[in-house]
Ligand binder design. Sequence first.
Ligand SMILES: CC(C)NC[C@H](O)COc1ccc(S(N)(=O)=O)cc1
Ligand SMILES: [Zn+2]
Length: 260
Amino acid sequence: SSKLALSQVHPMWQEPLAVPGGDRQSPVDIVVRESIFDPQLRPLKVQYDPRTCQQIWNNGYSFLVEYDDTTDKSTLKGGPLEDQFRLCQFHFHWGENNTWGSEHSIDRRLYPAELHLVHWNSDKYSLFEESVIEENGLAVIAVFLKVGKRHEGLQKLVDALPAVRHKDSVVEFTKFDPACLLPENINDYWTYAGSLTTPPLTEAVTWIVMKQHIEVSHDQLAVFRSLLFTSAEEQLQRSMVNNFRVQQALKGRTVRSSFT
Ligand SMILES: CC(C)NC[C@H](O)COc1ccc(S(N)(=O)=O)cc1
Ligand SMILES: [Zn+2]
């Protein structure tokens, strides 16, 4: 866990003091002994089609790997979800070093990075932008990254990152199966009702936080840190690091676990 109080690490944007009615904000610390096993949680059903992978975009906060979500080709259902959700993008959050970087924590333990696979409710809505404002609109799978052995599947993505070094750059990126970034066991997870962790911070997300982490190499993570928050025109370049939100109060929410 990090030695430095994270409050000393400035978040990338001025936090609004409180989101209107913000009683289900994210990220949070998951206190394992206070999570409640729910035997009614079903196995997660993940079906991703690598052919829906389109591009990588540096949006000035993270890099997004974007998927064609105009049809139900890459979907998530089961687990805590009542409806079918479509994958629209995945991205990461990471730190300036390997001590911190994740948005969620487990019993205060932070990881050097965290993957978010973002899905929207295609049974109820017809666009991601519509789902963003609905309380059952989004489902995000979070996977912690730990520094260790090189992740072979991630390397294709790492090799493409220099092409999107600056904010607003885009590069074509196809035939990438995001399932390769999931841990072997996806049926041990925690789930809770939360929000987006960047503006518009809307309380639309069913979070599914994987218990098992994945391993990536130190050098792979170093390439994440070679990205820039700033566009090519800006004369002051700033490294894209510490792009995580400060943790939010649970405010009485229950975190359920799919395992005992
Ligand atoms: C409202 C539209 C236009 N823009 C919304 C923007 O894409 C934000 O999307 C997101 C999507 C996911 C997340 S996270 N870190 O919680 O997984 C945060 C913001
Ligand atoms: Zn995220």
